[in-house]
Design a protein around this ligand. Sequence first.
Ligand code: C2E
Ligand code: CA
Ligand code: CA
Ligand code: CA
Length: 275
Amino acid sequence: AKDEGRGICRYYEPGMDSLVQGKQLLRADLRKALGRGELSLAFQPLMNFATGRVGAMEALLRWTHPQHGPISPDEFIPLAEETGVIVPLGAWVLHEACLAAATWPEEITVSVNLSPVQFRRHGLVEAVEASLKASGLEASRLQLEVTETVLMQNVADELEVLHALRRLGVRIAMDDFGTGYSSLSYLRTFPFDNIKIDRSFIADMSRNAQTNAIVRAVVELGQSLGVTTTAEGVENRQQMQELRAMGCHAGQGFLFSPPVPGSEVLALIERLGTE
Ligand code: C2E
Ligand code: CA
Ligand code: CA
Ligand code: CA
């Protein structure tokens, strides 16, 4: 904490040192987590509104700490990014997600989150290629989700990686659309295949006419760009009906299913497809 003070003298905050220490311990544990089998993937369906069936499954990383139990990815992903451990972790996620998807019905795609840190290191394109090859999964059945922070620094290099990934035949989605400062300019910089509208907009859509208008405009923007739109965090029927009426392509959220362990995916696909 003292190092982070940037020369500003702060009063002593009790508990701060233990928080920092806790983070350091967690960082060290995370480095070993993969080898110890503490990591797993959960999958959450993206429902295609036109067919009413599962169109894709998003892979979400899970860490069950031997002492602390489940730790949220919002907590450990940033630690993994700080230490660079996200690179081997991310490669593992890609590999496992492709292996899993290869056992699903052919029309179902798998969507994998990529960290900006993975873009800054060499070997991402090779890692994606290796996962496709090892699993035998068609490239068109893999979608990679990136947030706009991926294009924030050193844009030229990251853009080249995005284009190289696209050349492999995978789909590229812009995640958490609308939460950053320049979502629109990134749409101009790179032709994404799918826009995932951040769940904060969906949550507010039914109460706030302005938010509703923004979501509608994003869906229309997608339509005129030839880009599909997916709504995140769909929690009730009203939201689903409004989104469908707007022409949004797909929805993801607790209304359909929470993320489930890999072993439950096939049963879930069956259940959702026949409801
Ligand atoms: P995300 O990519 O935006 O993933 C969606 C998150 O929203 C997931 O949280 C999911 O459980 C949650 N969610 C889904 N439906 C609903 C809903 O209806 N309501 C609400 N309130 N939440 C919903 P999760 O699994 O805790 O993941 C959090 C974040 O951690 C992800 O946000 C993503 O940014 C990151 N993450 C997860 N797995 C990975 C990974 O393998 N690699 C990287 N780089 N990041 C990951
Ligand atoms: Ca995501
Ligand atoms: Ca998201
Ligand atoms: Ca998010």
